[in-house]
Every structure is written in structure tokens, then in C-alpha cells.
Design a protein around this ligand. Structure first.
Ligand SMILES: Cc1cc2nc3c(=O)[nH]c(=O)nc-3n(C[C@H](O)[C@H](O)[C@H](O)COP(=O)(O)OP(=O)(O)OC[C@H]3O[C@@H](n4cnc5c(N)ncnc54)[C@H](O)[C@@H]3O)c2cc1C
Length: 408
């Protein structure tokens, strides 16, 4: 039987960042990354907006707030060092009506508490930055950047591989023993420490270790449109709405990518499979029924918050509904200005049995395994800083089984 010191499940940005950090601390260790696909970054890490968030959205004291600004700084430095395309141009968060003003205030308070540069704009000063935006009060986040996310993932994977870490592709973990995992191909790998970074499947892997008993990951589909050539002058850089902070999603926004194209999205539409990128793709009967059951329960629960989200998001499935959401930010946009984009991602959101959404990153542990269960946005931004925390926890492990440890 093969054995390794550190076994990482999942070669998305979190798994790669953990592999990188482990190698930094343990130059001689035997480290293996197991990935079910044939290459790195096939899921969320290669399908996101590529925005390095400043950290303005996250309440002080959360893991997201703790790692966002530092993670963004490190990720940008990594992109620069490795010749990965990037764009540091800031973004505007726009209040389109008086109902958005309390949210804008709260973001300003977060910025102060988290030490983030954010400038309050009047309707007039907004026009100098984004002349076609709906006139209103806004915040200018000066440090927001955009990177070529798939290229970052690729560059980090190369760095990790060059450091001597081995990648085993096409190996899906489907069974586990206390100190070993077994893959679909029958490969058995023994480990000293295991770190589960399996993204949308992380709860399933955790359950193999008797964890994630009170949670399930529910997938939300992120569809994007693009502005057609000739219509991209409506946006200079990036325009975001004031989000409903009851949800972990930021609302449909416009982002100028590293190549100059403007992407519009993503939606947060409930999906029926963890990899349900197309209409029917990624739907498996048993699992989809389980997800649908969970969504239905959440939809009909007494608290109307989730119902509100679903009702709003279902409207984004049709182009006119989607357009309406974008026109709140840039009223002059027309239906012809939006052209299809092949970009689509799934955001796996951790939900408690009670139906509440887990809003922060969440980890559970045994004495020799750690499971990253809610690596939602901005986990891409945070990854290089968050990996330090994950490895700190792994190094602290030992003794009796510690179930459901929420590190803060
Ligand atoms: C539409 C969208 C937009 C987003 N925008 C942003 C943004 O602008 N900025 C930002 O910071 N974040 C953003 N995010 C969030 C960000 O992309 C994720 O938080 C991050 O990529 C999560 O990384 P991960 O490594 O945990 O997951 P993943 O990238 O999904 O990687 C998990 C890996 O585990 C593998 N795996 C799963 N199960 C197994 C198994 N059993 N055995 C072996 N391998 C397995 C998968 O194949 C996959 O490669 C966005 C996400 C989406 C979907």
C-alpha cells in the first residue's frame, strides 16, 4: 500500500494553496494531491469571476474578513511574479435607491473595521468614475483587482509540482478508513494527515470520516453573459450592487476581465447537481432528489429570506429578467448588448440541517484529518492566506477526535 505524510484531496485553489504552504513548512515531506479530474482547476477555481475582493463585505471577526485583504495582496503578488494577467482598477458598489443606503453604511463600517481603503462617492463623483452608472451614492473600493483565475491555478500547480509534491489525477476518493483513503480505481493511500479540499464534494468526503453530520452542500449555479463588442464602453471597470448581506452572494455585477471583456453575472440560481453546469449535465437521480428535497424544505420554511433569494434568482434564468437586474446598475444597456458567455460555475453553499446558510468558511476535524467544508467566495481571494490557518490547524491536531471544530 502506498503511503504519504500529507494527503490533499482536491486540486482546486484551496488544495493547491495548502500543498504550497505544507511544502514551505515541510521541505522534505511526502505530499500527495489526489484529484478526480484529469487536470487542476476544473470546477469553481477555474470558473469564477477572478476578482480579488478587498474584504469590504465581511463582518469583522469572520474568517473571510481575516484572510481576504491579505489573501488578495498575496494572490496579486503571485500573479505578478508568475506572469499571470491581472488588472488593478478598483470597483464601484452602487446604491441605486434609498433602500440600499443602510447596506452601503454597513459596508463602510466593515471597511473601517477591516482596514480597507474605501471612498464614499456622491452621485456627482460617481459620474467621473463610471459615467453610465445609475446616479446614486456609491463606494469606490480602490484595491479590488482581477486576475486570470485559471492561469493562477495553473501557475500554482506548477510551483507545487516543481517542489516535489506528487499529483494523482483521475482518482476520486470514495471510501475512507481512519488513516487511508480508497479511490474509485481501487487505489489505496495511507496518510499521516489528510486535508479535504474537495470543494462541492467536501461534505461527502467528510462524511466518509463520520463528519459533516449537520450540514449538506447545496449547489447554486452562476451563469454569466458578456457585453457585446462595441457595448463595453458602458462600463469602465467594475460595477456591483449593494448586496443583501443575509446571503453569501454579491448580486449580478459587471466586471471587466483581464482581457478587457466585460462579464455580467453571476446568477445564484439553485442547481440540481454539484456539477450541473448545463441544463441536464451533472444531474444524478439520487443526489438531485436529495438536493431538491433540501431546497424545497428551505423554500417553505417560516423565515422568508431564502424564498426571497430563490424568487429573485429564478427571474435571472430568462434574459429579460437578467437584463432588468443589470439595468438597475447601468440603465442604458439594451437586450442586444448582452451576448451569451460560455462561463458558468457552481457555488457549493453549506446549509445547516435547520435550513440556515453557513455564512463563513467552516472546518471540521478528526485527529488526523481536516475538512474544509464551505470554501465559498471569497475563498479564491483568501486561499494563500487561509492555507496558513488550515496548516496551523493540521499541525495542532492530535489526541482524541475533535468533531466539528469551528476555528475563528
Ligand atoms: C461563479 C463563481 C464566481 C466566483 N467568483 C469569485 C471571485 O470573483 N472571487 C473569489 O475570491 N471567489 C470567487 N468564487 C469562489 C471561488 O471560486 C471558490 O471559493 C474557490 O474556487 C473554491 O476552491 P476549492 O479549491 O475549494 O474548490 P474547487 O475549485 O471546486 O476544487 C475542488 C476540487 O476537488 C476535486 N474533488 C472533489 N471531490 C473529489 C474526490 N472525492 N476525490 C478527489 N478529488 C475531488 C474537484 O474535482 C475539484 O478539482 C466564485 C465561485 C463561482 C462558482
Amino acid at each position: 500500500m502506498e503511503s504519504t505524510d500529507f494527503l490533499i484531496v482536491g486540486a482546486g485553489i484551496v488544495g493547491l494553496a495548502v500543498a504550497n504552504e505544507l511544502r514551505r513548512r515541510h521541505p522534505k515531506a511526502n505530499i500527495v494531491v489526489l484529484e478526480k479530474e484529469t487536470e487542476v482547476g476544473c470546477h469553481a477555481s477555474g470558473r469564477n469571476s477572478g476578482v480579488l475582493h478587498s474584504g469590504i463585505y465581511y463582518s469583522p471577526g469572520t474568517l473571510k474578513a481575516k484572510f481576504c485583504a491579505e489573501g488578495a495582496r498575496r494572490m496579486l503578488a503571485f500573479a505578478k511574479e508568475n506572469g499571470v494577467a491581472h488588472r488593478v482598477a478598483g470597483k464601484v458598489i452602487l446604491a441605486v435607491g434609498p433602500e440600499d443606503l443602510p447596506g452601503l453604511e454597513r459596508l463602510e463600517q466593515n471597511a473601517k473595521a477591516n482596514g480597507i481603503r474605501a471612498v464614499r462617492l456622491s452621485a456627482q463623483t460617481l459620474m467621473e468614475i463610471e459615467p453610465h452608472a445609475t446616479p446614486g451614492e456609491a463606494i469606490h473600493c480602490l484595491d479590488t483587482a482581477v486576475v486570470d483565475a485559471p492561469a493562477v491555478v495553473q501557475a500554482l500547480a506548477e510551483k507545487v509540482e516543481l517542489s516535489g509534491t506528487r499529483f494523482f489525477f483521475g482518482e476520486e476518493v470514495i471510501e475512507a478508513e481512519e488513516t487511508a483513503v480508497i479511490t474509485r480505481s481501487g487505489r489505496k493511500l495511507k496518510f499521516e494527515k489528510m486535508i479535504n479540499c474537495a470543494g462541492a464534494h467536501a461534505d461527502k468526503v467528510a462524511r466518509l470520516f463520520g463528519l459533516a453530520k449537520d450540514h449538506i452542500l447545496v449547489p447554486f449555479k452562476g451563469l454569466y453573459w458578456k457585453l457585446r463588442n462595441g457595448a463595453d464602453h458602458w462600463v469602465r471597470e467594475s460595477i456591483y450592487p449593494v448586496p443583501d448581506l443575509n446571503f453569501p452572494f454579491l448580486g449580478i455585477h459587471l466586471t471587466r476581465g483581464v482581457g478587457g471583456d466585460v462579464y455580467v453575472g453571476p446568477t445564484a440560481i439553485p442547481a440540481f447537481g454539484r456539477e450541473n453546469y448545463g441544463l441536464l449535465e451533472g444531474i444524478t437521480p439520487g443526489e438531485s432528489a436529495q438536493i431538491m428535497g433540501r431546497l424545497t424544505k428551505m423554500y417553505f420554511q417560516k423565515d422568508p429570506t431564502f424564498r426571497r433569494l430563490v424568487n429573485r434568482e429564478m427571474g435571472h434564468y430568462v434574459k429579460t429578467g437578467f437584463l432588468k437586474a443589470v439595468q438597475r446598475l447601468v440603465p442604458a444597456l439594451s437586450v442586444e448588448d448582452l451576448v451569451p458567455s460560455n462561463k458558468v460555475g457552481i457555488r457549493p453553499q453549506l446549509v445547516r440541517r435547520t435550513g440556515e446558510l453557513e455564512m463563513d468558511f467552516h472546518m471540521e476535524q478528526t485527529d488526523n484529518s481536516l475538512h474544509v467544508l464551505n470554501a465559498i467566495s471569497p475563498a479564491f481571494t483568501c486561499s494563500l492566506a487561509f492555507a496558513e490557518k488550515i496548516v496551523d490547524e493540521v499541525e495542532r491536531q492530535g489526541g482524541e477526535v475533535k468533531e466539528e471544530v469551528k476555528v475563528a
